[in-house]
Design a protein around this ligand. Structure first.
Ligand SMILES: Nc1ncnc2c1ncn2[C@@H]1O[C@H](COP(=O)(O)OP(=O)(O)O)[C@@H](O)[C@H]1O
Ligand SMILES: [Mg+2]
Length: 324
């Protein structure tokens, strides 16, 4: 098995200087600065195979961005070992930087007053991409991202979605083997999110790029990743397939049904937590172990015409996991 990313016992601590309130605190601080330590990444290990598309999720402040910054060489870790494509990221060797990219949804690297194409040309020089590779690749990416009408307009005039697509194109010009995507769809509307999702999927397939994706949008994760790595408070709390995550932690299931007759809410309340009830149609939530029992009661006591048992949504499973 070929691993593009290997992380072993990664830790990153930040020192935050604290100050007691008021003037006294300020004076005290002059003589002795007090600080506290934030363990942003706390002993995290995982490996990612070539071509894998892994979701990296966790609540705000979990340590996702810090991890990705360590992997892409923007931060020195406090301790631990990282090897990406055989390189140690924080040495920032130019051969390494030419083979990876970190895309951050909230960061701009394009020149605001120039057309995106000018920034692409600048990147061509920085990354020393030969003409014979650059032009076909730009064409291909413009095509995939549907940017033909956009790349010659000054970036400041573009919509957020168009700008994000140009940012992406710019990050992919040097054909990185490993791609770190940090909230790439944040703030985009649903249609644009979907377009980018399709792009990521096609791109990963076409080039066997190894991708680590953080996103708040579980639709992104569900559609793109078979495997997820979940961190919370700097610690890894799950690493495995989405399907077994749902299997292990989906303690509830929803039972949806259609009845031939109007249903009295009082009758249905006894069977489970009512999610929705609208005349003949309803959904209740029951413990997984009660599903069989409740289903048969439904069928016995109501003129049920259709019955469906649904797995919990990934969002809800993850919420339960974080609540623990
Ligand atoms: N430069 C920094 N200095 C101090 N604390 C930081 C710094 N960067 C991140 N942190 C802290 O580290 C923790 C993890 O942050 P981050 O990696 O950005 O989380 P995420 O991307 O999962 O939301 C948070 O508590 C954050 O406040
Ligand atoms: Mg972040």
């Amino acid at each position: 098995m070929k691993y593009d990313v290997k992380v072993k016992n990664l830790r990153k601590e930040f020192q935050i200087y604290t100050k007691a309130p008021g003037l006294k605190g300020t004076i005290k601080n002059l003589f002795k600065r007090e600080y506290s330590v934030v363990k942003a990444v706390n002993n995290v290990s995982f490996s990612i195979e070539r071509g894998e598309f892994v979701g990296f999720i966790g609540p705000n402040g979990a340590g996702k961005t810090t991890t990705l910054k360590c992997l892409s060489g923007l931060l020195y870790p406090t301790s631990g070992e990282v090897s990406v494509l055989g390189y140690t990221p924080w040495k920032r060797e130019s051969d390494y930087l030419k083979r990876i990219a970190l895309v951050m949804g909230q960061k701009n690297q394009l020149w605001w007053d120039l057309p995106a194409m000018d920034s692409f040309l600048l990147n061509k020089e920085i990354y020393e991409i030969p003409d014979s590779e650059f032009y076909p690749r730009v064409d291909d990416l413009i095509d995939l991202l549907n940017l033909a009408r956009v790349v010659n307009i000054p970036v400041r005039k573009l919509s957020l979605g168009e700008r994000m697509k140009c940012e992406l194109l710019s990050s992919l010009l040097h054909a990185p083997q490993v791609l770190f995507l940090d909230e790439p769809t944040i703030g985009l509307d649903v249609v644009m999110q979907k377009k980018l999702r399709t792009f990521f999927k096609d791109y990963n397939k076409k080039y066997s790029t190894t991708v680590m994706l953080t996103s708040h949008y579980m639709d992104d994760v569900k559609e793109l990743c078979k495997r997820v790595i979940i961190i919370d408070g700097g610690r890894l709390i799950y690493d495995g397939s989405i399907s077994s995550l749902v299997n292990q932690h989906a303690i509830y299931r929803n039972i949806s049904f259609v009845s031939a007759k109007q249903i009295d809410p009082e009758d249905i309340k006894k069977l489970g937590e009512v999610v929705s009830l609208n005349g003949h149609v309803g959904t209740i939530r029951v413990k997984r172990s009660d599903v069989a029992n409740v289903s048969s009661k439904l069928l016995k006591d109501f003129p049920v015409e259709d019955l469906n048992i649904e797995e919990m949504k990934l969002e809800n499973v993850i919420r339960i996991l974080f609540d623990k």
